[in-house]
Design a binder for this molecule. Structure first.
Ligand code: S3P
Length: 178
């Protein structure tokens, strides 16, 4: 049984809040992958995007995943685009159970509106969210072990559901859907 968990999913699905509480409940270390990226780069996420665009950010992100998965017994909140590079999925799968958090476009839009720190969705519109979601969905679907829909749930409710599915996952080798 892998003792680390990585939370993946689109921006605004609640990965950070859920990972923090899940780590607390399971007595594991909490890691924010974007924080690891910032430490390696010595720059904030918006500064990395301003300097070298998404390409540079993804390079730092690959290095951050490589370093982060070495930590044992942790819960890691990943950035929404971590699944775009196969090497990240492979490295995380080797050490972590991958938990996909989903939410409807409306809920995502509601959660990310007013947050201007996301370089890829500075002025989020429904169209932009739907387009990006459609492109990324196959990457998320391919990667996950456990999937939880966060739209109808509180952070506490999502954590409970993840813990329930983690227990089911111990006895099964397939994907645990929402
Ligand atoms: C990104 C999501 C962000 C951050 C970066 C890129 C993405 O993290 O990693 O801005 O490509 O979806 P959150 O998902 O925590 O917002």
């Amino acid at each position: 049984m892998k003792n680390s968990i990585a939370l993946i999913g689109f921006m605004g699905t609640g990965k950070s809040a859920v990972a923090r509480l899940l780590a607390q409940e399971l007595h594991k270390e909490f890691i924010e992958l974007d924080g690891v990226v910032e430490r390696i780069a010595g720059l904030s996420i918006p500064e990395i995007f301003n300097t070298g665009g998404e390409t540079l950010f993804r390079e730092y992100e690959i290095e951050a995943v490589k370093q982060a998965v070495k930590r044992k017994n942790m819960v890691m909140a990943c950035g929404g685009g971590v699944v775009l590079n196969r090497i990240n999925i492979d490295r995380m799968k080797a050490e972590c159970t991958l938990v996909l958090l989903t939410a409807s476009p409306d809920v995502i839009l509601q959660r990310i509106s007013g947050h201007s720190t996301r370089p890829l969705l500075k002025a989020p519109t429904r169209e932009a969210v739907e387009e990006m979601l459609a492109f990324r969905r196959p990457f998320y679907e391919r990667a996950y072990d456990i999937k939880v829909n966060t739209s109808p749930r509180t952070v506490e409710g999502v954590v409970k559901e993840i813990i329930r599915k983690l227990k089911l996952n111990e006895h099964s080798s397939g994907k645990i859907r929402a």
